[in-house]
Ligand binder design. Structure first.
Ligand code: A2P
Length: 315
Protein backbone atom coordinates (compact mmCIF):
# COMPACT_ATOMS: atom_id res chain seq x y z
CA UNK A 1 0.00 0.00 0.00
CA UNK A 2 1.49 3.33 -1.02
CA UNK A 3 1.10 6.48 1.04
CA UNK A 4 -0.52 9.54 -0.52
CA UNK A 5 1.73 12.53 -1.09
CA UNK A 6 1.76 16.15 0.03
CA UNK A 7 3.01 18.93 -2.25
CA UNK A 8 6.00 20.89 -0.98
CA UNK A 9 6.35 24.63 -1.64
CA UNK A 10 8.55 23.91 -4.68
CA UNK A 11 6.06 21.51 -6.24
CA UNK A 12 7.83 18.30 -5.20
CA UNK A 13 5.56 15.56 -3.84
CA UNK A 14 6.51 13.93 -0.53
CA UNK A 15 4.87 10.71 0.71
CA UNK A 16 2.99 11.52 3.91
CA UNK A 17 4.52 8.54 5.73
CA UNK A 18 8.21 7.71 5.76
CA UNK A 19 10.34 5.18 7.60
CA UNK A 20 12.30 6.75 10.46
CA UNK A 21 15.84 5.42 11.03
CA UNK A 22 17.00 7.22 14.20
CA UNK A 23 18.13 4.61 16.75
CA UNK A 24 17.89 1.82 14.17
CA UNK A 25 21.01 -0.23 14.70
CA UNK A 26 23.24 -0.54 11.62
CA UNK A 27 22.89 -4.32 11.68
CA UNK A 28 19.08 -4.02 11.74
CA UNK A 29 18.40 -1.09 9.45
CA UNK A 30 19.34 -2.71 6.12
CA UNK A 31 16.64 -5.34 6.52
CA UNK A 32 14.17 -2.77 7.83
CA UNK A 33 14.65 -0.50 4.81
CA UNK A 34 14.61 -3.38 2.34
CA UNK A 35 11.42 -4.75 3.89
CA UNK A 36 9.75 -1.33 4.07
CA UNK A 37 10.36 -0.66 0.37
CA UNK A 38 9.94 -4.11 -1.10
CA UNK A 39 7.20 -5.64 1.05
CA UNK A 40 5.39 -2.88 2.90
CA UNK A 41 5.07 -0.27 0.15
CA UNK A 42 7.02 2.60 1.70
CA UNK A 43 8.53 5.08 -0.77
CA UNK A 44 10.06 7.48 1.74
CA UNK A 45 13.08 6.95 3.99
CA UNK A 46 14.22 9.53 6.55
CA UNK A 47 17.93 9.42 7.38
CA UNK A 48 20.67 11.54 8.93
CA UNK A 49 24.46 11.57 8.96
CA UNK A 50 24.32 11.66 12.76
CA UNK A 51 22.40 8.37 12.99
CA UNK A 52 25.62 6.50 12.08
CA UNK A 53 23.76 4.10 9.79
CA UNK A 54 23.55 5.80 6.39
CA UNK A 55 25.70 3.18 4.65
CA UNK A 56 23.43 0.41 5.89
CA UNK A 57 20.31 2.39 4.88
CA UNK A 58 21.82 2.74 1.39
CA UNK A 59 22.39 -1.00 1.28
CA UNK A 60 18.72 -1.59 2.16
CA UNK A 61 17.63 0.75 -0.63
CA UNK A 62 19.78 -1.14 -3.14
CA UNK A 63 18.65 -4.57 -1.93
CA UNK A 64 14.99 -3.57 -2.25
CA UNK A 65 15.35 -3.37 -6.02
CA UNK A 66 13.00 -0.36 -6.07
CA UNK A 67 14.35 2.25 -8.52
CA UNK A 68 15.98 5.21 -6.76
CA UNK A 69 13.72 7.58 -8.71
CA UNK A 70 10.66 6.10 -6.99
CA UNK A 71 11.99 6.67 -3.46
CA UNK A 72 11.94 9.94 -1.52
CA UNK A 73 15.19 10.08 0.46
CA UNK A 74 15.88 12.70 3.13
CA UNK A 75 19.06 13.27 5.08
CA UNK A 76 20.33 15.94 7.47
CA UNK A 77 23.34 18.19 7.89
CA UNK A 78 24.98 17.57 11.27
CA UNK A 79 25.82 20.39 13.71
CA UNK A 80 29.61 20.13 13.34
CA UNK A 81 29.29 20.60 9.55
CA UNK A 82 27.56 23.98 9.24
CA UNK A 83 30.69 25.58 7.78
CA UNK A 84 31.04 22.99 4.97
CA UNK A 85 27.59 21.97 3.78
CA UNK A 86 28.53 20.66 0.32
CA UNK A 87 31.33 18.48 1.66
CA UNK A 88 29.03 17.03 4.34
CA UNK A 89 26.34 16.41 1.73
CA UNK A 90 28.87 14.64 -0.51
CA UNK A 91 29.75 12.34 2.38
CA UNK A 92 26.07 11.55 2.96
CA UNK A 93 25.53 10.89 -0.76
CA UNK A 94 28.53 8.52 -0.78
CA UNK A 95 27.25 6.78 2.38
CA UNK A 96 23.82 6.25 0.87
CA UNK A 97 25.23 5.37 -2.56
CA UNK A 98 23.11 7.91 -4.39
CA UNK A 99 23.94 11.00 -6.42
CA UNK A 100 21.13 13.20 -5.13
CA UNK A 101 18.80 13.63 -2.16
CA UNK A 102 15.15 14.48 -2.43
CA UNK A 103 15.39 16.59 0.71
CA UNK A 104 18.30 17.86 2.80
CA UNK A 105 17.63 19.35 6.23
CA UNK A 106 19.64 21.41 8.69
CA UNK A 107 19.39 18.95 11.60
CA UNK A 108 19.44 21.58 14.39
CA UNK A 109 19.86 25.39 14.39
CA UNK A 110 23.09 24.80 16.28
CA UNK A 111 26.67 25.00 15.04
CA UNK A 112 28.97 22.85 17.16
CA UNK A 113 32.69 23.52 17.13
CA UNK A 114 34.09 21.66 14.10
CA UNK A 115 37.55 21.72 15.67
CA UNK A 116 36.42 20.55 19.08
CA UNK A 117 37.21 17.44 21.09
CA UNK A 118 34.70 15.15 19.33
CA UNK A 119 33.52 14.94 15.70
CA UNK A 120 29.84 14.71 16.62
CA UNK A 121 29.32 16.03 20.16
CA UNK A 122 32.27 18.27 21.09
CA UNK A 123 32.23 19.55 24.67
CA UNK A 124 33.92 22.33 26.61
CA UNK A 125 36.15 21.58 29.61
CA UNK A 126 33.11 21.98 31.93
CA UNK A 127 31.26 19.23 30.02
CA UNK A 128 28.78 21.56 28.30
CA UNK A 129 28.28 21.26 24.55
CA UNK A 130 30.76 23.24 22.50
CA UNK A 131 28.30 25.47 20.62
CA UNK A 132 29.54 28.33 18.41
CA UNK A 133 26.95 30.79 19.67
CA UNK A 134 27.91 33.61 17.29
CA UNK A 135 27.49 31.58 14.06
CA UNK A 136 24.67 33.10 11.96
CA UNK A 137 22.35 30.34 10.79
CA UNK A 138 21.80 32.32 7.58
CA UNK A 139 25.39 31.38 6.60
CA UNK A 140 24.42 27.71 6.84
CA UNK A 141 21.24 28.34 4.88
CA UNK A 142 23.07 30.16 2.05
CA UNK A 143 25.15 27.00 1.56
CA UNK A 144 21.97 24.87 1.60
CA UNK A 145 20.58 27.13 -1.15
CA UNK A 146 23.80 26.64 -3.11
CA UNK A 147 23.60 22.81 -3.09
CA UNK A 148 19.95 23.10 -4.14
CA UNK A 149 20.94 25.36 -7.05
CA UNK A 150 23.60 22.83 -8.05
CA UNK A 151 20.95 20.11 -8.28
CA UNK A 152 22.50 17.86 -5.65
CA UNK A 153 19.24 17.97 -3.67
CA UNK A 154 15.69 18.49 -4.89
CA UNK A 155 14.47 20.41 -1.82
CA UNK A 156 15.93 21.92 1.34
CA UNK A 157 14.44 22.35 4.77
CA UNK A 158 15.13 22.53 8.47
CA UNK A 159 14.64 20.46 11.58
CA UNK A 160 14.16 21.52 15.20
CA UNK A 161 13.58 25.17 14.25
CA UNK A 162 11.14 27.11 16.42
CA UNK A 163 8.96 29.92 15.12
CA UNK A 164 11.28 32.38 16.83
CA UNK A 165 14.43 31.10 15.10
CA UNK A 166 12.68 30.93 11.73
CA UNK A 167 11.25 34.44 12.04
CA UNK A 168 14.31 36.11 13.53
CA UNK A 169 17.32 34.28 12.12
CA UNK A 170 16.34 32.52 8.90
CA UNK A 171 13.35 33.74 6.88
CA UNK A 172 14.43 37.42 6.69
CA UNK A 173 17.67 36.29 5.02
CA UNK A 174 16.41 33.35 2.95
CA UNK A 175 15.96 33.31 -0.81
CA UNK A 176 14.44 29.82 -0.61
CA UNK A 177 11.76 29.25 2.04
CA UNK A 178 12.41 25.89 3.77
CA UNK A 179 10.19 23.18 2.29
CA UNK A 180 9.73 21.44 5.65
CA UNK A 181 10.46 21.74 9.35
CA UNK A 182 10.94 18.35 11.01
CA UNK A 183 10.21 18.55 14.74
CA UNK A 184 9.09 16.37 17.62
CA UNK A 185 5.34 16.03 17.09
CA UNK A 186 3.03 13.55 18.76
CA UNK A 187 0.02 13.25 21.04
CA UNK A 188 1.91 14.58 24.08
CA UNK A 189 3.81 17.29 22.19
CA UNK A 190 1.45 18.44 19.44
CA UNK A 191 2.98 21.96 19.14
CA UNK A 192 -0.34 23.24 17.80
CA UNK A 193 0.87 26.85 17.49
CA UNK A 194 4.05 25.91 15.62
CA UNK A 195 2.16 23.64 13.20
CA UNK A 196 -0.35 26.38 12.45
CA UNK A 197 2.47 28.89 11.90
CA UNK A 198 4.32 26.51 9.53
CA UNK A 199 1.19 25.93 7.48
CA UNK A 200 0.67 29.70 7.18
CA UNK A 201 4.22 30.00 5.83
CA UNK A 202 3.87 27.12 3.35
CA UNK A 203 6.37 25.01 5.31
CA UNK A 204 5.27 21.37 5.66
CA UNK A 205 5.53 20.06 9.24
CA UNK A 206 7.19 16.67 9.64
CA UNK A 207 6.78 14.59 12.80
CA UNK A 208 9.72 12.75 14.28
CA UNK A 209 9.15 10.37 17.18
CA UNK A 210 5.43 10.26 16.27
CA UNK A 211 4.95 7.25 18.54
CA UNK A 212 6.86 8.84 21.41
CA UNK A 213 10.21 7.17 20.64
CA UNK A 214 11.83 4.27 22.48
CA UNK A 215 9.90 3.16 25.59
CA UNK A 216 7.02 5.44 24.66
CA UNK A 217 4.41 6.40 27.26
CA UNK A 218 1.98 7.22 24.43
CA UNK A 219 1.14 3.64 23.59
CA UNK A 220 -0.70 3.37 26.93
CA UNK A 221 -2.67 6.58 26.44
CA UNK A 222 -6.33 6.12 27.38
CA UNK A 223 -7.83 8.54 24.87
CA UNK A 224 -5.90 7.08 21.94
CA UNK A 225 -6.59 3.56 23.26
CA UNK A 226 -10.35 4.17 23.43
CA UNK A 227 -10.44 5.46 19.85
CA UNK A 228 -8.36 2.48 18.74
CA UNK A 229 -10.87 0.12 20.31
CA UNK A 230 -13.80 2.01 18.81
CA UNK A 231 -12.39 1.73 15.29
CA UNK A 232 -10.80 -1.72 15.55
CA UNK A 233 -7.29 -0.30 15.21
CA UNK A 234 -4.16 -0.39 17.36
CA UNK A 235 -3.16 2.54 19.57
CA UNK A 236 -0.08 3.04 17.36
CA UNK A 237 -2.38 3.36 14.33
CA UNK A 238 -4.36 6.09 16.07
CA UNK A 239 -1.21 7.95 17.18
CA UNK A 240 0.08 7.98 13.59
CA UNK A 241 -3.28 8.55 11.90
CA UNK A 242 -3.88 11.56 14.16
CA UNK A 243 -0.84 13.26 12.59
CA UNK A 244 -1.49 12.11 9.02
CA UNK A 245 -5.07 13.41 9.24
CA UNK A 246 -3.59 16.84 9.99
CA UNK A 247 -1.39 16.68 6.84
CA UNK A 248 1.75 16.25 8.91
CA UNK A 249 4.43 14.11 7.24
CA UNK A 250 4.84 11.29 9.76
CA UNK A 251 8.06 9.32 10.25
CA UNK A 252 7.55 6.25 12.48
CA UNK A 253 10.73 4.32 13.23
CA UNK A 254 10.68 0.57 13.42
CA UNK A 255 13.02 -2.30 12.66
CA UNK A 256 10.26 -4.87 13.20
CA UNK A 257 8.69 -6.04 9.91
CA UNK A 258 5.15 -6.48 11.29
CA UNK A 259 5.23 -2.98 12.78
CA UNK A 260 6.77 -1.43 9.67
CA UNK A 261 3.86 -2.81 7.68
CA UNK A 262 1.10 -1.99 10.17
CA UNK A 263 2.43 1.53 10.76
CA UNK A 264 1.83 2.44 7.12
CA UNK A 265 -1.46 0.61 6.67
CA UNK A 266 -2.82 1.43 10.12
CA UNK A 267 -1.91 5.11 9.93
CA UNK A 268 -3.72 5.52 6.63
CA UNK A 269 -6.76 3.61 7.93
CA UNK A 270 -6.85 5.68 11.12
CA UNK A 271 -6.45 8.95 9.23
CA UNK A 272 -9.56 8.02 7.25
CA UNK A 273 -11.62 6.92 10.24
CA UNK A 274 -10.83 9.66 12.76
CA UNK A 275 -13.48 12.37 12.70
CA UNK A 276 -12.97 16.10 13.21
CA UNK A 277 -14.27 15.64 16.75
CA UNK A 278 -11.77 12.83 17.39
CA UNK A 279 -8.92 15.07 16.18
CA UNK A 280 -10.11 17.90 18.42
CA UNK A 281 -10.22 15.50 21.35
CA UNK A 282 -6.69 14.25 20.58
CA UNK A 283 -5.46 17.84 20.15
CA UNK A 284 -6.58 18.49 23.73
CA UNK A 285 -4.83 15.53 25.38
CA UNK A 286 -1.45 17.24 25.94
CA UNK A 287 -3.06 20.39 27.34
CA UNK A 288 -5.11 18.29 29.77
CA UNK A 289 -1.93 17.52 31.73
CA UNK A 290 -0.11 15.07 29.48
CA UNK A 291 2.23 17.56 27.74
CA UNK A 292 5.60 15.83 27.50
CA UNK A 293 8.48 16.77 25.20
CA UNK A 294 10.56 13.61 25.07
CA UNK A 295 13.64 14.64 23.08
CA UNK A 296 15.64 17.46 24.72
CA UNK A 297 19.35 17.33 23.97
CA UNK A 298 21.32 19.46 26.46
CA UNK A 299 22.43 22.13 23.98
CA UNK A 300 22.56 24.81 26.67
CA UNK A 301 20.98 27.23 24.19
CA UNK A 302 17.41 28.51 24.22
CA UNK A 303 15.95 27.33 20.90
CA UNK A 304 12.68 29.17 21.49
CA UNK A 305 10.37 26.17 21.84
CA UNK A 306 7.40 25.99 24.19
CA UNK A 307 7.66 23.33 26.87
CA UNK A 308 11.42 23.07 26.72
CA UNK A 309 12.82 24.46 29.96
CA UNK A 310 16.46 25.16 29.13
CA UNK A 311 19.24 25.75 31.59
CA UNK A 312 21.19 28.28 29.53
CA UNK A 313 24.92 28.19 30.18
CA UNK A 314 25.97 30.57 32.93
CA UNK A 315 22.55 30.45 34.60
P1 A2P B 1 11.04 -1.28 17.02
O1 A2P B 1 11.92 -0.44 16.12
O2 A2P B 1 11.82 -2.23 17.86
O3 A2P B 1 9.92 -1.94 16.26
P2 A2P B 1 9.13 6.61 17.14
O4 A2P B 1 8.73 6.36 15.74
O5 A2P B 1 8.21 7.51 17.88
O6 A2P B 1 10.56 7.05 17.26
O7 A2P B 1 9.02 5.22 17.94
C1 A2P B 1 9.92 4.21 17.70
C2 A2P B 1 9.78 3.17 18.80
O8 A2P B 1 8.46 2.60 18.77
C3 A2P B 1 10.74 2.03 18.60
O9 A2P B 1 11.11 1.56 19.87
C4 A2P B 1 9.90 0.99 17.85
O10 A2P B 1 10.36 -0.32 18.11
C5 A2P B 1 8.54 1.22 18.47
N1 A2P B 1 7.43 0.93 17.54
C6 A2P B 1 7.36 1.21 16.23
N2 A2P B 1 6.18 0.86 15.71
C7 A2P B 1 5.45 0.36 16.73
C8 A2P B 1 4.13 -0.18 16.85
N3 A2P B 1 3.34 -0.27 15.79
N4 A2P B 1 3.73 -0.60 18.08
C9 A2P B 1 4.54 -0.51 19.15
N5 A2P B 1 5.79 -0.02 19.12
C10 A2P B 1 6.24 0.41 17.92
Amino acid sequence: MAAPTIKLNNGLEIPVIGLGTWQSKPEEVTNAVEYALKEAGYRHIDCAWAYDNEKEVGEGIRRSGIPRSEIFVTSKLWCTHHHRVEEALDETLANLGTDYLDLYLVHWPIHLNPNGNHPKFPTRPDGSRDVLTDWPIRDTWAQMEAVLAKGKVRAIGVSNFSERILERDLLPHATVVPAVNQVELHLYNPQLGLVEYLKRKGIVPQAYSPLGSTGSPLLQDETAGALAQQYGLSTADVLLGYLVAKDIVTLPKSVTPARIKSNLEGALAAAKKLTKEDITKLDGVAASGKQNRLIQPPWGVDLGFDNWPVRVQGQ
